[in-house]
Design a protein. Structure first.
Length: 186
């Protein structure tokens, strides 16, 4: 089985704990986030339509995932989620999505490995210091002593969040859900 082929019926599904209820209608935080394509991105200054998917952490072939990772509801699936966004990137652009980003608390060096290995045509953003997550009050969980962001996806226009998907499960369907929303709200 590849990293993107997961039997989601064996993975515990996350429940809606209300952790993202406050986000819709909120302006994206004025925080500079290091990007895998060099430099930094400030989501608050984005113009047009942007999609930001937030994920806990991407696994790497040379490192073990935290103990019990598959037992944490909503933790598993970062690679399938990123690959789905990669595979639907051109279609999102047809719906006038100007910017697509993945965001996690992993540092940019770690993210660059994943972006290259997965052949992502969009950058990943690092919130390693937690400033964006804190400012947005994003939901979190802890695994192996690491504070990680719970999986969610935001669609924003001109720096203001119009739609939030939370919880996201199964993660490999997230891009398809975004496209369906874009089609219905064009």
């Amino acid at each position: 089985m590849s990293l993107t082929d997961v039997d989601w019926s064996l993975i515990p599904s996350p429940s809606d704990d209300g952790g993202a209820d406050h986000l819709e209608g909120m302006a994206l935080a004025d925080v500079d986030l290091p990007s895998t394509d060099g430099g930094s991105v400030n989501l608050s200054t984005m113009r047009g339509l942007a999609v930001v998917y937030v994920y806990p952490m991407t696994g790497r072939p040379d490192r073990d995932l935290p103990d019990g990772w598959d037992d944490i509801p909503g933790a598993r699936g970062c690679t399938p989620q990123s690959c789905a966004f990669r595979d639907h990137f051109a279609e999102m652009q047809e719906f006038e999505v100007q910017s697509l980003y993945g965001l996690s608390v992993q540092d940019t060096g770690y993210q660059k490995e994943a972006a290259g290995r997965l052949h992502l045509p969009f950058p990943l953003l690092s919130d390693a210091d937690g400033a964006f997550g804190d400012a947005m009050e994003l939901p979190r969980f802890e695994a192996d002593g690491q504070k990680l962001l719970k999986r969610l996806t935001m669609i924003a226009r001109d720096g203001v969040i119009e739609q939030v998907f939370y919880p996201v499960f199964p993660p490999d369907q997230d891009a398809r859900n975004v496209i369906d929303w874009l089609r219905d709200n064009a």
